[in-house]
Design a protein around this ligand. Structure first.
Ligand SMILES: *Cc1c(COP(=O)(O)O)cnc(C)c1O
Length: 417
């Protein structure tokens, strides 16, 4: 080629990283349901292990050889190459769940005595791991809220007596379910402030809500972009999986711990996610378009008090500035307050005909749930109320159905109130 043309990720999701000639010319990657791989000869086996154990540097054009499916497998490697494209990451590791990806990063980069700073509300499983498991092994943590002043955060770190022990800032933005935002670049500046020759402070972002299409945390200085691939990446509510993207140095550590925890995704999961990636962009774009129509309908409805939607962030605010810098879409996750309380919220959800009542999000079908009694039932009531998670709040993950049908369903259910 005389001139370099850089393909966009969506154009590469069908083919990147896969060589048909290695699989009888099959246009799609087979599912490599195998635990182990045959070496051509003993010398090859030795060479593969030398690289896997880092006993020597690779020769020019030498790639890691296939050894054993806990270490590597073609379905996982191809998937990881494709997922890396969206975040423009050096590498990616896929896991058997989003929780596996998150906990593996925390276990690798945090040690007893360390301090973790994290945003609230976090996904319930993540919060549980921090409060129960990490606490048990002596990892200290401090929680902060979206919108809290950075000087106040600094004060909390300084007053903790552990400022030399700060090792990680873990955030979820936008926050679930209220869509409040956190500035990743500000987190990076804070991390840099406490980074010195002996201690690197890492920034990890749970990018499940807006990634990989609409938010790329690594571009804003984060070290990890983490996913529950169960959500938008998988997109069909039929698989549990997770992923972590980052630079070569951190990913080497993540993949090494994954090898020894043995929590990599299975070949069939890898294959399902590759299939999902082919339609990732068209699905997410349709979901965002539908969400906009639904939000605008909700905002005008007399039985709806307030809509939490990224498209409604007020111009000229600090949050709007963060939004413009960090996101390329309003997303497809909404929450709204019905007029009334739990009774009205339940009545509304029970009356829906097309939209299903279930937790999880990001799938092709629209889902509603009630955060106060379901996903966020474990959050202390005062914290919940402060975050806006009241009994009248309903969360909605907008799917790919015709938006007129979604709106029709919401309208007929609201009319029951
Ligand atoms: C679902 C979810 C997780 C956990 O992922 P699993 O795949 O269920 O393990 C983590 N973070 C967020 C934001 C989620 O929505």
């Amino acid at each position: 080629m005389s001139e370099q043309h850089k393909m966009r990720p969506e154009s590469l999701m069908m083919s990147y990283g896969y060589k048909p000639a290695l699989s009888e010319g099959a246009i799609k990657s087979p599912i490599f349901m195998t635990s182990t791989f045959v070496f051509k000869n003993a010398e090859e086996g030795k060479a593969f292990f030398e690289l896997a154990y880092g006993l020597r540097e690779p020769n020019e054009n030498e790639e890691p050889g296939l050894i054993y499916s806990r270490i590597n497998n073609p379905d996982l490697e191809i998937l990881e190459n494709r997922l890396s494209l969206w975040d423009e990451a050096d590498d990616c590791a896929v896991f058997e769940s989003g929780m596996s990806a998150i906990t593996t990063v925390m276990l690798e980069f945090l040690a007893p005595g360390d301090l973790l700073l994290f945003s609230t509300p976090l996904y319930g499983g993540t919060e549980h791991f921090i409060h129960d498991y990490l606490k048990k092994i002596g990892v200290h943590s401090i929680a902060f809220k979206p919108g809290q002043e950075w000087s106040e955060l600094e004060g909390m770190i300084e007053n903790s007596g552990l400022k030399d022990k700060l090792r990680m800032i873990f955030i979820e933005t936008p926050a679930n379910p209220t869509n409040s935002l956190i500035d990743i670049e500000q987190c990076k500046r804070l991390a840099n402030q406490y980074t010195n020759d002996n201690n690197r402070v890492y920034v990890a972002v749970d990018n499940t809500y807006m990634g990989p299409l609409w938010q790329q945390p690594l571009k804003h200085g984060a070290d990890f972009s983490l996913y529950s691939a169960t959500k938008y990446i998988g997109g069909h509510s039929d698989v549990i999986a997770g992923a972590c993207c980052g630079n070569a140095e951190v990913m080497k550590r993540v993949k090494t711990l994954r090898t020894f925890l043995g929590n990599m995704a299975a070949p069939h999961t890898g294959w399902l996610l590759m299939r999902s990636l082919e339609t990732l962009k068209v699905r997410m774009e349709q979901q965002a378009l539908n969400a906009e129509k639904v939000a605008n309908f909700l905002a005008r409805h007399a039985k709806v008090e307030k809509v939490y939607y990224l498209g409604y962030i007020k111009l000229g605010t600090k949050e709007y500035e963060t939004f413009k810098r960090q996101y390329t879409s309003n997303g497809a996750m909404l929450a709204f307050d019905v007029v009334g309380g739990e009774k009205e919220a339940f009545k509304f959800m029970n009356a829906l005909k097309l939209i299903k009542l279930a937790v999880s999000l990001g799938g092709t079908e629209s889902l509603v749930e009630h955060p106060a009694t379901m996903t966020h039932a474990g959050v202390p009531v005062d914290d919940r109320l402060e975050m806006g998670i009241t009994p009248k709040l309903v969360r909605l993950s907008v799917g790919v159905e015709n938006y007129n049908d979604i709106i029709w369903d919401i309208q007929q259910a609201l009319e029951q109130l």
